[in-house]
Design a protein. Structure first.
Length: 289
């Protein structure tokens, strides 16, 4: 279903559910599983249920408010600093945007501008973000009532091509680590268990040949992820590390929107076993119903 058409559909929960179901079937060529659910089934169940509008999930969806959540749970030292927040389209001012920074809307996903060396910035695009309603095309209801804002952050660790560490947590426990690199060039992605053993599957992006070293402060990263994931059934804690500091990028409620395709296909079963393997179907249903 085309995004333009989705944006014109009534903004009500039953329609959202149909959009999610249609998209899932078209992407995976099957219905979501109720018994023995896999990775994408659980994510679909979250975004198609009332859990997605739980106040905590809605709050951490906002890329400004999540910093308050992080500060209160684990301390402000784990936040990426904020340079400025534009709260109205008329506030957007090139003089307030540093030569080296990251610019993104707080109320959407997948939109980002990286300024590395003072190059020109697409100000029209930034102003256009204030008219962006990510819910209208994604139908992820946690975005529905977010206030449009634009946040400007410094380039952390002085690195424009930083490594992303994303920790999948279930029932408040880290289970699987995703590593992304080259998001603005050639994106590669790998998965590791908690002992930093590489897994033989990929998701959406190619695995590539990069051998990522175990972060020196991995134990601290997992401790932070544990504390931040309390109160969520499934959540992904996205973070950065230079081996000493642990900085939180965001909290992701519905990774890949339940549309992620694994390679090889059996990778979804393997990832699901790592995340949910010691839990019964009944417990899964209770956690994300």
């Amino acid at each position: 279903m085309k995004r333009a058409l989705i944006g014109h559909l009534p903004a009500i929960a039953p329609v959202d559910h149909l959009v999610h179901l249609f998209g899932f079937v078209m992407q995976h060529r099957r219905l979501p599983r109720r018994r023995h659910p896999l990775f994408n089934d659980v994510i679909h169940r979250i975004k198609a249920s009332t859990e997605i509008v739980d106040p905590l999930r809605v709050y951490v969806t906002d890329k400004e408010f999540v910093k308050t959540f992080v500060r209160d749970r684990v301390g402000d030292q784990h936040n990426v600093p904020t340079h400025t927040v534009f709260r109205r389209v008329d506030d957007v001012d090139i003089d307030l945007i540093p030569d080296r920074c990251v610019i993104k809307p707080t109320h959407a996903s997948g939109q980002i501008i990286t300024r590395k060396h003072g190059e020109p910035v697409d100000m029209a695009r930034i102003r256009g973000w204030f008219a962006l309603n990510y819910y209208r095309t994604s139908r992820e209801r946690n975005y529905k009532n977010l206030q449009p804002k634009v946040i400007v952050e410094p380039l952390i660790f002085n690195d424009a091509e930083i490594t992303d560490y994303k920790v999948f947590c279930f029932q408040g426990r880290p289970r699987l680590i995703q590593v992304d690199y080259g998001r603005h060039s050639r994106h590669v992605r790998k998965f590791y268990d908690l002992d930093w053993r590489e897994q033989g599957f990929g998701l959406v992006y190619e695995r590539g040949s990069i051998d990522f070293e175990r972060p020196a402060n991995l134990d601290r990263m997992l401790q932070v992820a544990t504390r931040l994931s309390q109160g969520f059934s499934l959540v992904r804690v996205d973070m950065y590390s230079d081996g000493e500091s642990v900085l939180i990028g965001e909290m992701t409620n519905c990774p890949s929107g339940a549309m992620g395709v694994f390679s090889p296909p059996d990778g979804e079963r393997l990832a699901s076993a790592m995340i949910f393997g010691d839990l019964t179907d009944e417990m899964l249903h209770t956690q994300v119903a």
